[in-house]
Design a protein around this ligand. Structure first.
Ligand SMILES: [Zn+2]
Length: 126
């Protein structure tokens, strides 16, 4: 990967992170507005459950983006964390915070599935 490409990905990742932060802030405001209306208790409880799921997904994505940015700083960005092969730029264009090549991502997803069936946000975006 060229230095120019790395800079482009860093820019994309920083934009993504800023967008996530502003979405998280928007949600807090929305939740306070919901609490203020007692007629909406049932609906807002369901909405909160839904939001809680979203917030944990947003937090997971934020963590992945921060990790990708730190990999840019230490020079390991674009390298698979499992097999250490370069991650194809095409995959990084789709998932700029990817830390595994597709083959390893699939293996990791399978492991996750066997252990707790947790969803892998990286996979959903790819
Ligand atoms: Zn790999």
């Amino acid at each position: 990967m060229t230095e120019k490409e790395v800079l482009q990905f860093r820019f994309i990742l920083e934009q993504e992170l800023a967008a996530l932060d502003s979405r998280a802030r928007g949600r807090e405001t929305l939740e306070i507005a919901n609490e203020a209306d007692p007629l909406d208790v049932t609906q807002s409880a369901a909405a909160r459950d839904f939001e809680a799921g979203n917030i944990s997904r947003i937090a997971a994505k934020g963590r992945q983006i921060r990790e990708a940015i730190s990999r840019i700083h230490n020079g390991s960005y674009g390298e698979c964390e499992r097999c250490e092969e370069p991650i194809p730029v095409k995959r990084l264009n789709a998932v700029p915070w990817a830390s595994y090549c597709i083959r390893c991502q699939e293996a990791v997803d399978r492991d996750h599935h066997e252990h707790d069936g947790d969803l892998e946000p990286d996979r959903a975006a790819a």
